[in-house]
Design a protein. Structure first.
Ligand code: SF4
Ligand code: SF4
Length: 114
């Protein structure tokens, strides 16, 4: 194979018609505030777990709507429920409670931390 000094990255395109968004739909039923996120990134910038795990409520919500289940589960496991993201959200979303609800939906227990 001829080398050109660069390589092509695999496409990250998502076919939204084929994505399973059932977890996001269930989350919205339990936490209607999930719909009002404006993706500002304040939660990402302040997240205690972000530097070593990439955790971000913003990315969790986007991932749920794009079928990135493995990435979402990895971020949920890293969350320490410290609540800093809740304090900075300009939309007043109780992100900590949202994460707890998502863990319950996903069967990823953080029991005893509510
Ligand atoms: S801080 Fe609030 S509005 Fe901004 S991205 Fe995070 S959850 Fe969404
Ligand atoms: S509660 Fe979780 S997502 Fe929010 S700032 Fe703390 S570690 Fe990050």
């Amino acid at each position: 194979m001829m080398e050109f000094g660069f390589s092509l990255s695999p496409s990250s395109a998502v076919d939204l018609d084929k994505v399973d968004t059932s977890r996001f739909d269930r989350l919205v039923e339990m936490e209607p505030q999930a719909r009002i996120c404006i993706g500002c990134g304040s939660c990402s910038a302040t997240c205690t777990a972000e530097p070593y795990s990439g955790m971000s409520v913003r990315k969790v919500l986007l991932g749920l709507q794009r079928g990135r289940d493995a990435e979402v589960d990895r971020m949920l496991a890293a969350c320490m429920l410290c609540g800093k993201c809740t304090m900075v959200c300009p939309r007043g979303i109780n992100t900590r409670h949202l994460i707890l609800s998502l863990c319950r939906i996903s069967g990823k227990g953080k029991e005893g931390k509510a």
